[in-house]
Design a protein around this ligand. Structure first.
Ligand SMILES: Cc1ncc(COP(=O)(O)O)c(C=O)c1O
Length: 388
């Protein structure tokens, strides 16, 4: 269908469309044509949603929990989140400070729309999760990138951040554990970011989507540091922790002056998350305890295997302390253009990956590969790398 006279609103120019989808479509095409593809390009947990979550969904349906819910979230879920935040994240809030969202992406969308004024600068580490740049732009902000390479291994980030501060800086987005690099900010690093945020009077948007996937060190929520709760919006999702990418449920914690707008945004975008899904989410959030340690062990084994294999194949691959991605520097084996590197690797080894430049210019010369894969796939990849 085409029309010469109608066009979308001007703000369409501010939003991109994920390049990762382009790669996914390419892989699906190859598979449909009968080709074997070793898929490391994804961003999903390798296991199914746990039974205790699925059972709670079935129970909710049997009890006809299928009507409109309060648009901010059902009571049992808000209470489960409150208790979890206090016990696990060191974030002491009441249920009025929490809102249920349609996944982490929606939580982040509401956060940027709430915190950023047109003309504001928004700082974040790069390479970054691709939608962040779009969300910053769509809120009228301008990205100010800090290379992860400059931050990694430095415990006091104050000087680095100050050197990039601008007069219009208003927000800093902090993603730890990070996609795509797998970096995990230490308590000291977060303390230095917190000092900077107070000095510059910034709102912090914390993205803790991978909070449960830390293999070396511990996850620290920046909102738990002194003076941070009143200036931090923290976004969480059940997608990665509970293998619930398709359920679309997450939540955020925000200080009162910001929560008012977040509530209006949630009301006007989704008018609340699906009611039975919220009952299932409550079971997940409340359960958590014994679920993660064995899971983390499985991730750790996959990580170590893939990192070793890539380094043996001549890539320069750091061991990521968190999330489920490796981000090797592939320049010496595949050249510095990461789109070409992705194509070459796919053609010669059938391994699908994501070009690093998709995550910003700092990612050029790298590929992102997920180690959240079925058992055995990583061994096949290592074998395939021998034919490179
Ligand atoms: C860093 C980061 N934040 C947030 C999300 C949002 O996930 P979802 O919208 O599935 O909850 C993702 C998903 O890949 C992510 O990588």
């Amino acid at each position: 269908m085409s029309s010469a006279t109608i066009k979308p609103a001007d703000r369409a120019a501010l939003l991109g469309f994920s390049d990762i989808v382009r790669i996914r479509n390419r892989v699906l095409e190859m598979k449909a044509g009968g080709a074997r593809v070793l898929q490391l390009e994804g961003g999903e947990p390798f296991m199914p949603t746990p039974d205790f979550v699925k059972q709670a969904m079935k129970d909710a349906l049997d009890q006809n929990q299928t009507r409109y819910a309060p648009s901010s979230g059902i009571g049992p879920l808000l209470e489960a989140i409150r208790a979890k935040l206090a016990a696990k994240n060191g974030i002491q809030v009441s249920t009025a400070d929490i809102i249920v969202t349609s996944g982490g992406t929606h939580a982040l969308f509401c956060s940027f729309q709430t915190a950023v004024n047109p003309g504001d600068d928004v700082m974040f580490f790069a390479p970054y999760w691709t939608p962040i740049k779009d969300q910053v732009r769509f809120s009228g902000g301008t990205p100010v990138r800090i290379p992860w390479d400059d931050a990694r291994g430095t415990s006091d980030l104050g000087e680095l951040l100050k050197s990039r501060a601008t007069p219009r800086l208003r927000v800093i987005y902090v993603n730890s554990p990070a996609n795509p690099t797998g970096d995990v900010l230490t308590r000291q690093q977060l303390e230095s970011i917190a000092r900077f945020a107070v000095e510059q009077n910034l709102i912090v948007i914390a993205d803790e989507a991978y909070e449960d996937l830390v293999y070396d060190g511990t996850h620290v929520s920046i909102a738990s540091l002194p003076g941070m709760l009143e200036r931090t919006i923290t976004c969480f999702t059940l997608s990665k922790s509970f293998a619930m990418t398709g359920w679309r449920v997450g939540y955020l914690v925000a200080p009162r002056p910001l929560m008012e707008l977040v509530r209006k945004l949630v009301l006007n975008t989704v008018n609340g998350v699906s009611t039975p899904t919220q009952f299932a989410a409550a079971a997940g959030v409340a359960h958590a305890g014994d679920y993660f340690p064995p899971l983390r062990e499985q991730y750790r084994q996959r990580r170590d295997l893939l990192v070793r294999g890539l380094n043996e194949a001549g890539f320069d691959c750091l061991t990521p302390p968190g999330a489920f991605y490796v981000f090797p520097d592939v320049r010496s084996r595949l050249g510095s253009n990461s789109w070409k590197a992705m194509e070459t690797l796919l053609e010669r080894t059938s391994i699908a990956s994501v070009p690093g430049v998709v995550f910003g210019p700092e990612g050029e010369g790298h590929l992102r590969m997920s180690f959240s894969t079925p058992a055995g796939l990583i061994e096949q990849c290592i074998e395939a790398l021998k034919s490179l």
